[in-house]
Design a protein around this ligand. Structure first.
Ligand SMILES: [Zn+2]
Length: 305
C-alpha cells in the first residue's frame, strides 16, 4: 500500500470535508465538535488503526485528542506523529482551518493503516488548538499529548502538523508576510517575492532537529507538484511568533523534532477565522497533492515495506 491516486484522494477529501465543516467549538457548538470527534475515531478504526481518546481539560469542559496508532515492527521503538487540529474558533465553519487537514489525516490513515512500518506512526486529531485565541500559547490538546509523550519518554522521531493546507492563490501579490519575516528569512522572502509574491506554495516550518528529515517531505511535495518553502526556526520566538501558532509548538517545547506544513493562514487566506471559511473556497487539488506527498514521506521515513 502507498499513496492512492489523486482522483481518489480528491474525492475522499471532498466527502470528509463535507462532514467536518461547520463550527466546532466546545462552548458554542459542542454537538458538532463531538460529532466530528466521533467520526474521526470511527474513520481511524475503520482504516485499521488502534484508536484511543486522550481526554483534555479546558475552560469549556473536557475535550479529547483522537489518536490512532499504526504499530511498528518490534525492532524499532520510534514513533512518528502526524496530526491536525479539528476544533474551530467561534463563528467560523473552519473548512481550511482546519477541516481539510482533518480530512487529510483520515486519508493518510486509509493509505497507511494496514501497512507494517518499521517505526510506529500515530495519526492524531488534536482538540483545543483555537483556545490560543483566548490566551497566547494555549494549544491545550497538542500540549497534553506532547507532555504525555515526554513523561513516558517516547522516542518521537518527528512530528508533522498539518495546519491549513487548502488555500492556494496564484495571483501576484496574494502572499503577505508576518512582521519580521524578511529579517529572519531573507532568502525565502526574496524567493517568494521574485516569483511575484504568489500564495501558491506551502511553508514547511521546522526546528533544527527536524532539519534531518524535512527535505524528505520537501522532495515528496515537489514530486506531487507542490512547491515548499522551508523555514528553519531558531528560537527568536518574539519575532517569529506566527511560526509558533499551531500544534507543532508544544512538541518543540519538549525537545521533539517537529514541523508545520501550512498555507500560511491569514497571510494568504482572506476568510481566515471568519464565516467565509467554507468548503467551496478550499482548493481540493492542492490539498490532495499535499496529502499524497505526506503519505509518501511518512512511508519513507517510517520505513513502510
Ligand atoms: Zn485557526
Amino acid at each position: 500500500m502507498g499513496p492512492r491516486g489523486l482522483p481518489d484522494i480528491h474525492e475522499a477529501l471532498g466527502r470528509d470535508l463535507g462532514r467536518v465543516v461547520g463550527e466546532r467549538h466546545l462552548a458554542s457548538s459542542r454537538a458538532h465538535h463531538d460529532e466530528v470527534r466521533a467520526m474521526c475515531g470511527a474513520a481511524l478504526a475503520e482504516a485499521g488503526l488502534d484508536v484511543h481518546e486522550q481526554i483534555v481539560t479546558g475552560p469549556f469542559g473536557p475535550g479529547a485528542n483522537v489518536i490512532g496508532r499504526i504499530r511498528g515492527s518490534s525492532a524499532s521503538a520510534r514513533t512518528w506523529v502526524c496530526g491536525a487540529h479539528y476544533d474551530t474558533v467561534r463563528g467560523s465553519p473552519g473548512a481550511d482551518d482546519n477541516g481539510v487537514a482533518v480530512a487529510a489525516v483520515l486519508e493518510i490513515a486509509r493509505s497507511l493503516g494496514r501497512t507494517r512500518p518499521r517505526d510506529a506512526i500515530e495519526l492524531v486529531l488534536w482538540d483545543m488548538e483555537e483556545l490560543q485565541t483566548l490566551r497566547a500559547g494555549a494549544l491545550l490538546g497538542s500540549a497534553a499529548m506532547a507532555r504525555d509523550m515526554a513523561g513516558k519518554r517516547v522516542d518521537v522521531a518527528g512530528v508533522v502538523d498539518l495546519e491549513m493546507i487548502g488555500c492556494c492563490r496564484r495571483e501576484p501579490g496574494s502572499q503577505t508576510f508576518p512582521a519580521g519575516f524578511r529579517l529572519l528569512f531573507p532568502d525565502a522572502s526574496r524567493r517568494v517575492a521574485a516569483a511575484g509574491a504568489r500564495g501558491d506554495f506551502l511553508a514547511l516550518v521546522h526546528d533544527r532537529r527536524a532539519a534531518v528529515w524535512a527535505p524528505v517531505l520537501e522532495k515528496s511535495l515537489q514530486d506531487n507538484g507542490i512547491d515548499a518553502v522551508l523555514l528553519e526556526v531558531h528560537g527568536a520566538r518574539k519575532l517569529a511568533h506566527a511560526l509558533y501558532r499551531s500544534d507543532h509548538a508544544p512538541f518543540w517545547a519538549h525537545g521533539f523534532a517537529a514541523a508545520m506544513l501550512t498555507d500560511t493562514a491569514n497571510f494568504r487566506n482572506a476568510h481566515y477565522h471568519g464565516p467565509g471559511d467554507v468548503a467551496a473556497t478550499v482548493d481540493l487539488d492542492f490539498a490532495a497533492r499535499t496529502t499524497r506527498a505526506v503519505v509518501a514521506a511518512l512511508a519513507e521515513l517510517a520505513d513502510v515495506r
